[in-house]
Design a protein around this ligand. Structure first.
Ligand code: PLP
Length: 363
């Protein structure tokens, strides 16, 4: 089988070693004679899987004891609703930092929650979201929390440091760079991430939330209530057992590789290689301001939609797949998540150089 480099933004590439382990264990997990998909979520076999996954995630991200870890369903998108329902309860106000598509989706969903005032305190719209908006803590209103999208998967921007907002907790959507660069969990009231980008298979959402926020949340229907989900350790109903098992294997893999700091180092190296090439190319370019650039999602363009199409076709012929840009922004996008090897970036650049030679404007 030819080596395929998968640049998909999500669901995305997983570590090969993890997939091989899944394959080895698929028919008989720990010699039980049963697949991990067939065992009860109340069995000790599964309880251990979940406990180890949580423990390893805590190790990887230095999650303190006063934070709860939840393994939920509904994707990052359900958190756009659950966060305001559970946490916008005193002032009934939420502030948003608008950094593009996913921030906008979070705003839209929060506006549908009854009795909550939603304010966009700053926006990158003026730059068409190619740079992050200025933030200082004077922006923050009297809100229950401020919502930030740490890595903007579609636009290719990311916060390197987390802004501070006086006493107001920050809720961070970390779907596309969780475990890919170092953030301090204690800078946040809550972090959430859909698993299918930088963790594992779709169907799992990780929520990391400070316990005092959980305690204060109101009485809500069980599946929408952080308090009830925490009380039942995420197994209020049947959890996504297979996705949790795979995520657990990815966490083990990450620890064996050297953890988040090592991943950040590799992700910097991979992305810098591509950015350096883009900044020197006469055919391709990055639309994103240098200081706002993401380590995990790298959009790039030629100045011509027809050329973009030709390049994507050439890339596909060279087993470089998933490079088509998001339908909202066009062009190309290379997603370089933790499991994406540097060899794939090198191959991409080789193919881009070849394309550049053929399409350079001759003057
Ligand atoms: C993909 C993505 C989402 C949506 O995730 P789902 O799990 O599909 O709901 C939300 N936020 C960001 C930053 C994303 O990249």
């Amino acid at each position: 089988m030819a080596i395929v480099y998968n640049f998909s933004a999500g669901p995305a590439v997983m570590p090969k070693e993890v997939l091989e382990k899944v394959q080895r264990e698929l028919l008989s997990y720990k010699n039980s004679g049963m697949s991990v998909m067939e065992i009860s979520h109340r069995s000790s076999l599964f309880a251990d899987i979940q406990k180890n996954a949580e423990g390893n995630l805590r190790k990887l991200m230095n999650i303190p004891d006063e934070y709860d870890v939840l393994f939920l369903q509904g994707g990052a998108t359900l958190q756009f609703t659950m966060a305001p329902m559970n946490l916008a309860i005193n002032k009934k106000k939420v502030d948003f930092v608008d950094t593009g598509h996913w921030a906008q989706r979070a705003i839209e969903e929060a506006r549908l929650v009854d009795g909550i005032e939603v304010t966009q305190i700053t926006s990158g719209a003026d730059s068409k979201y190619t740079s992050l908006p200025e933030i200082d803590d004077s922006l923050q209103e009297d809100a229950d929390y401020v919502h930030i999208t740490l890595n903007n998967t579609i636009e290719g921007t990311a916060f390197k440091t987390v802004p501070t907002f006086k006493e107001v907790p920050i809720i961070g959507d970390m779907s596309s760079n969780i475990l890919g660069q170092r953030y301090n969990v204690t800078d946040f009231g809550m972090i959430y991430a859909g698993a299918q980008k930088n963790i594992g298979p779709a169907g799992l959402t990780v929520v990391i939330i400070r316990h005092d926020l959980v305690e204060k949340s109101p009485d809500l229907p069980a599946m929408l209530s952080y308090k009830k989900l925490v009380a039942k350790n995420s197994t209020l109903n049947t959890p996504p057992v297979f996705a949790i098992y795979c995520a657990g294997l990815v966490f083990e893999w990450l620890l064996a590789q050297g953890g988040v700091d090592e991943m950040e180092k590799r992700n910097r190296k991979k992305s810098q290689l591509l950015y350096d090439y883009l900044d020197s190319s006469s055919v391709f370019q990055s639309p994103v301001a240098i200081e706002s650039r993401s380590l995990t999602n790298i959009p790039f363009v030629t100045d011509n939609a027809e050329l973009d199409k030709q390049f994507i076709a050439l890339a596909n012929d060279n087993n470089l797949v998933g490079l088509k840009g998001h339908r909202l922004v066009g062009g190309m996008r290379a997603s370089l998540y933790n499991a994406f090897p540097i060899e794939g970036v090198e191959k991409l650049i080789t193919v881009m150089e070849k394309f550049e030679l053929e399409h350079k404007e001759v003057d």
